[in-house]
Design a protein around this ligand. Structure first.
Ligand code: FAD
Length: 377
C-alpha cells in the first residue's frame, strides 16, 4: 500500500520551498520533488541577490503582500539563523511620467509609505554612483533592500525538513493525474498519491500543464557583475538598490557591490526560450549593450566584466503573477509564473498557498493573479 501524502509539491525553488515550509509547519504530510537539487543555478532563483521593495510600481495591490513578506523573511531569518536580508533603501528612477516613477509614487501614496521624491541633482548628490539626466527624478524608499536567494531557499528547505517534509532532490515529476478527489504523481522512481498537488515548477511549469495551453513564456535574462572603477561609491552603505526606466518601457536595475562586483541586469527584452535548450553562454554583444547603459548612468562601474550568468523569467502576458487552482481539478494549485519579479514575495506566496489549501481563502486580494486565461473572473 503506497503511503498517501496530504500534499505533493513539484518544484522546490523560491515558491515551492516556501510552500513546503509553511505546509510542513502546519503538520501536513508533505512530499516535495525537484528535478535538480535546490538551491541551484539552472532555474530562476540564482545569482546571489534579489531586490525587495515596498512602493510597488507594478500595482498597489502588491503592497499588503510585500508587507507580509517582509515579516515572514524576518521570521525565517530568526528561525533559520541565516542572514537573508540587507536593507539599503531603494531608488525608482525615470522621467516623472515613467511607469516606474509614477507607479511607485502611486503605491507609496495609497499605502502611506515613507518615501521622498528626489530631483536628478539630489540623486547625484546623495548617491554619487548614479548619474541620472536632468529630466529624470527618483522615488526614494528607505525600506527596500537585498534578499540573498540561495540562503532563503536553503532556509525554507532546512526548516521544512525539520518539520517533517520529505524532500526528494534530483527526482523530476514526469506527469501527474487526478485520482478521485486526490492526485497521483509519477517519477522515474515510482508513483505517489496525495490529497492535493502544488505545481511550483517555475520555467518548466507548462510541461506539467500541457492540456491547458497557458500563454506563459520563458525569457532568457542575463545578470552581469562589473568591477567598479570607484569602489567607495558602490558600497552598500552609499549605494541603494534601484530600478531605472531609462527609456519609456525599457528598464535596468542593480545592486551595490557586495564584494563580487557591481551587479546590473536588464529587465525583460530577453529572447523567448525553451528551458531545456536555453543558451547559457553570454555573447560579447550582450556585454556591450549592458556596458553602454553602465557607462551612461553608472560610469563608476565601467570596469572589467567579472562574470555574467544566464537566468530565466517565466512570464504571463500582463506580467502579473499566476496563482490559481487548476480549472478542471481544484485539488491542484498552480503558482509559479512570476514574470521576473516574484522572489521577494516567495515567503508570503508559501503562506498563501498553505492558506488556500487549508480553507480556500487567504487574507489578500489575489484578483490580479487568478484565472484570467480560463475565461473566468
Ligand atoms: C535574472 C533574474 C533576476 C530577478 N530579479 C528579481 C528581483 O530582484 N526581485 C524579485 O523579487 N524577483 C526577481 N526575479 C524573479 C524571481 O527570481 C522569480 O520570480 C522566482 O525566483 C521564481 O521562483 P519559482 O519558484 O517560480 O522558480 P524556481 O526558483 O526556478 O523553481 C522552480 C523549481 O522547479 C523545479 N522543477 C521544474 N520542473 C520540475 C519537475 N518536472 N519536477 C520536479 N521539479 C521541477 C526546478 O528544478 C526548480 O528548482 C528575478 C529573476 C531572474 C531570472
Amino acid at each position: 500500500m503506497l503511503s498517501r501524502f496530504d500534499v505533493i509539491i513539484v518544484g522546490l525553488g523560491a515558491m515551492g520551498s516556501a510552500a513546503a515550509y509553511h505546509l510542513a509547519k502546519r503538520g501536513k504530510k508533505i512530499l516535495a520533488l525537484d528535478r535538480f537539487a535546490p538551491p541551484h543555478a539552472l532555474g530562476s532563483s540564482h545569482g546571489q541577490t534579489r531586490i525587495i521593495r515596498e512602493a510597488y510600481f507594478e500595482h498597489p495591490l502588491y503592497v499588503p503582500l510585500i508587507q507580509r513578506a517582509y515579516e515572514l523573511w524576518a521570521e525565517l531569518e530568526q528561525a533559520s539563523g541565516k542572514r537573508l536580508f540587507r536593507q539599503t533603501g531603494g531608488l525608482m528612477i525615470g522621467r516623472p511620467d515613467s511607469a516606474v516613477v509614477s507607479g511607485a509614487k502611486r503605491s507609496a501614496e495609497e499605502h502611506r509609505l515613507h518615501h521622498e521624491l528626489l530631483p536628478a541633482a539630489e540623486v547625484r548628490r546623495r548617491f554619487p554612483a548614479f548619474q541620472p539626466t536632468d529630466e529624470m527624478i527618483a522615488v526614494w524608499e528607505p525600506r527596500a533592500g537585498i534578499l540573498f536567494p540561495e540562503a532563503c531557499i536553503e532556509g525554507h528547505l532546512g526548516l521544512a525538513r525539520k518539520h517533517g517534509a520529505e524532500l526528494h532532490m534530483v527526482e523530476p515529476a514526469l506527469r501527474w493525474e487526478p485520482d478521485g478527489n486526490g492526485i497521483r504523481v509519477f517519477t522515474a522512481k515510482g508513483e505517489y498519491p496525495a490529497e492535493r498537488l502544488v505545481l511550483t515548477a517555475g520555467s518548466w511549469i507548462q510541461s506539467l500543464l500541457s492540456e491547458l495551453s497557458l500563454p506563459f513564456n520563458v525569457e532568457r535574462q542575463i545578470q552581469f557583475w562589473f568591477e567598479p572603477k570607484n569602489a567607495a561609491i558602490f558600497h552598500a552603505d552609499r549605494c541603494p538598490i534601484y530600478i531605472w526606466e531609462h527609456e519609456p518601457g525599457r528598464y535596468f536595475y542593480g545592486f551595490p557591490n557586495l564584494g563580487e562586483g557591481v551587479k546590473v541586469a536588464g529587465h525583460h527584452e530577453g529572447e523567448i526560450v525553451n528551458p531545456d535548450s536555453i543558451n547559457r553562454e553570454v555573447a560579447p554583444k550582450e556585454v556591450a549593450a549592458m556596458r553602454a547603459l553602465v557607462r551612461k548612468f553608472l560610469p563608476g562601474a565601467d570596469g572589467p566584466l567579472r562574470t555574467a550568468v544566464v537566468c530565466m523569467y517565466t512570464n504571463t502576458p500582463d506580467h502579473h503573477f499566476f496563482i490559481a487552482p487548476h480549472p478542471a481539478h481544484p485539488q491542484v494549485l498552480i503558482a509559479s509564473p512570476c514574470s521576473g519579479h516574484g522572489f521577494k514575495f516567495s515567503s508570503v506566496i508559501g503562506e498563501v498557498l498553505a492558506d488556500l489549501l487549508a480553507g480556500g481563502r487567504c487574507g489578500f486580494d489575489l484578483g490580479l493573479f487568478r484565472h484570467r486565461w480560463f475565461g473566468r473572473s
